[in-house]
Design a protein around this ligand. Structure first.
Ligand code: HEM
Ligand code: HEM
Length: 219
């Protein structure tokens, strides 16, 4: 018996009608709320309206929830279930190139890295946005002032009523635009994996259900 099949047999999920529940309701609500909040925050950025601030803080709240749920949530929501070491991930990527990769019931190793990249970049975007709101907040950070205070000292930041520094504005905007790149790769990865394993992963993120695993799949 291979290591994989032994693992599958010991932790096989409940099967009903050829489908199994993978994503719990909170993960699904989290995902689609995040998509909506990010889209509105991004699209409302030009005007700096209350809408931008509220949806930006909504993103921050959703990330905070996800971090907690990654520790105490259902099986496939847990970081310990899907975060894998570099050698496992590199091996998986090689298998993807050769078209021989296993199906994963939860996040595959590439999806796991993308999940972390999306969460970190979103957290950075929300944090820099929050810092931009009030220069007093920057002073609370021990390291940043050496980078950003020259912008205040020059008095060259009138764009936001003097509330933020140019360096922070730049960082906020770069992170928000980095998100667009990550989202494009993320959606591309979802589509590619859906075709490779003949399974609609977008629908799975709506219903929570995926096809029951067979003995070669990683559960
Ligand atoms: C409409 C476009 C999108 C589609 C179709 C989509 C679809 C999906 C799917 C199918 C998964 C599960 C991947 C898997 O099976 O391993 C997923 C996960 C994820 N997506 Fe998206 N996504 C979209 C947009 C976004 C956007 C805009 C963000 C961020 C703002 C995002 C953030 C995430 C995160 C953080 C996860 C990990 C879920 C978790 O474990 O919490 N997605 N997405
Ligand atoms: C996490 C989701 C967020 C996204 C995607 C986002 C995106 C953006 C983008 C793209 C800009 C540049 C607008 C432009 O100059 O064309 C911007 C500016 C700004 N954002 Fe956000 N933002 C987010 C969260 C926040 C939060 C939580 C706050 C604080 C409440 C905030 C406050 C600001 C401020 C003050 C600016 C103006 C900076 C300037 O003067 O250029 N943002 N945001």
């Amino acid at each position: 018996m291979t290591e994989t099949s032994a693992r599958n047999m010991s932790s096989a999920p409940d099967v009903s009608g050829g489908m199994v529940r993978v994503w719990d309701p909170l993960i699904r609500t989290f995902h689609w709320s995040l998509v909506a909040a990010f889209a509105v925050a991004y699209l409302s950025a030009e005007d700096l309206s209350t809408v931008h601030e509220i949806t930006g803080y909504a993103v921050a709240g959703l990330i905070a929830f996800r971090l907690i749920w990654g520790l105490v949530g259902s099986k496939y929501a847990r970081f310990s279930q899907f975060l894998r070491g570099p050698s496992h991930t590199i091996r998986y990527m090689g298998e993807v190139m050769r078209g021989t990769e296993q199906r994963y019931l939860g996040h595959n190793p590439a999806g796991a890295i993308m999940t972390v990249a999306l969460l970190l970049t979103l957290a950075g975007t929300a944090l820099t946005g929050w810092l931009l709101e009030d220069e007093g907040r920057v002073a609370m950070l021990p390291e940043l002032p050496q980078i950003v205070t020259p912008a205040y000292a020059d008095g060259d930041d009138e764009r936001n009523g003097g509330r933020g520094s140019e360096a922070l504005e730049e960082a906020h905007e770069v992170l928000a635009n980095l998100m667009l790149f990550l989202i494009a790769v993320h959606v591309g990865g979802v589509v590619l994996t859906s075709f490779r394993h003949r399974e609609n992963l977008v629908r799975a993120m709506v219903t929570g259900q995926k096809c029951a695993p067979d003995s070669d799949d990683m559960t």
